[in-house]
Design a protein around this ligand. Structure first.
Ligand code: PLP
Length: 387
């Protein structure tokens, strides 16, 4: 066991050995993948091999994989004026209240055309509200684009995508699914989910940062206006010389994933959650009443602030994160927990522990030991502490 313990896989997974080796080897490649000479063609071949592997990971056709700079850019690209053959561009964007900020910003939809879908206390989207709203829109001949994430980055809660897709397609709409936190953790095939678009991010599954993909289910879907315009790369849907090293790393990481079974990780997460309750009986695990990806626990203990606890845990050698967005290094209130109706006082204590396939039981035990000390220190004299 290393001296630092990394339990923040939902933020970024460690680069896996396969991606590391593939990227290192690719540093020796010469040539632009758009060049017609032999060097260029050799690089192109590597890109297309990676595209085929990423496509296979989600059961899509390679030509329907658009490489991007990550999940954020894939979400930006998705939330635009898609058309199907002879169809009509979406007039409204509906999204769950717990989407990642890169979806929440709505992109090419005017703010007045964006609507929220509420979630229940576990963070699961309310499908009856979706159905009623889409019914109303289709009565006015308005076409919706709906964006619902597969698994939530904070809680790990899995959304009922197949049922949502039924409702969306029944109303003539399109469904975008942000699968950044689910791919590789649970089965995530575009056709089985009935999603029209899937967002993927390489660095959540063992590739380097800075690469992702938007995957479309259907050849007949056209994005009339690319976000990044210029050259004809990615069949005109995303200009700019491709991130060759990142894409090769993405392909290698995707190939290394295999079938997501999650069994070992679930056992470790159960050990973690039982251990947390052992430390203090008033531990709250968010989203516990819903199906979750196997690797994620978001929890809080009343009156313990995440910001303080994270610093103490970091000093003790542990990398975990607050449930809330902290992309600027500051812990902000979580819109996910707010949407779930969690009182702000409890939400400010939310700590996310996210595991990966190489996480060991000894690391969980070490974390629990450190957590016990932190709780003892930060909650002197309170009841609820187990002996
Ligand atoms: N969507 C979800 C659910 C995420 O968790 C993240 C990253 O945390 C993103 C999108 C953005 O991905 P990227 O960091 O590749 O831009």
């Amino acid at each position: 066991m290393s001296t630092r313990i990394y339990l923040d896989w939902n933020a970024t997974a460690p680069v896996c050995a396969e991606a590391h080796a593939a990227v290192t080897a690719a540093l020796g490649l010469l040539g632009n993948p758009s060049s017609v000479h032999g060097e260029g063609r050799a690089v192109r071949k590597c890109l297309e091999e990676a595209r085929a592997v990423v496509a296979d990971l989600v059961g899509a056709e390679p030509r329907n994989v658009i490489f991007t700079s990550g999940g954020t850019e894939a979400n930006v690209l998705a939330l635009g004026p898609w058309l199907d053959a002879g169809g009509k561009a979406p007039d409204r964007l509906l999204m769950s209240a717990v989407e990642h900020p890169s979806v929440r910003s709505g992109h090419r939809f005017a703010a007045s055309l964006v609507e929220d879908l509420p979630v229940d206390s576990n963070g699961v989207v309310d499908l009856s509200v979706l159905a009623a709203r889409l019914d109303e829109l289709s009565g006015r001949s308005l076409r919706p684009l709906v964006s619902i994430m597969h698994a939530n980055n904070e809680t790990g809660v899995i959304q009922p995508i197949v049922a949502a897709a039924d409702i969306v397609h029944g109303a003539g709409g399109l469904l975008h699914v942000d699968a950044v936190q689910s791919v590789g953790r649970v089965s995530c095939k575009i056709n089985e989910l009935s999603a029209d678009f899937l967002t993927l991010s390489g660095h959540k599954l063992g590739a380097p940062t800075g690469v992702g993909a938007l995957v479309t289910r259907n050849d007949a879907l056209h994005l009339p206006d690319a976000v990044i315009k210029g050259g004809g790369q990615e069949r005109g849907r995303r200009a700019g010389t491709e991130n060759v090293l990142g894409i090769i790393g993405f392909g290698a990481a995707a190939a290394a994933l295999g079938e997501a079974s999650g069994g070992d990780v679930i056992r470790l997460r159960d050990r973690l959650e039982a251990g947390l309750r052992d430390v203090t009986r008033d531990t709250v695990v968010f989203g516990q009443g819903a199906e979750r990806v196997p690797n994620t626990t978001l929890f809080a203990v009343p009156d313990i602030k995440a910001e303080t606890a994270l610093i103490a845990l970091d000093l003790a050698g542990m990398a975990v994160s607050s449930g809330a967005a902290c992309s600027s290094g500051k812990v902000a209130p979580s819109h996910v927990l707010a949407a779930m109706g969690v009182p702000p006082r409890l939400a400010q204590g939310a700590i996310r522990v996210s595991l990966g396939p190489t996480t060991e039981a000894a690391e969980i035990d070490f974390f629990l030991k450190a957590w016990r000390k932190v709780v003892m220190r930060l909650s002197k004299g309170r009841s609820g502490l187990a002996a």
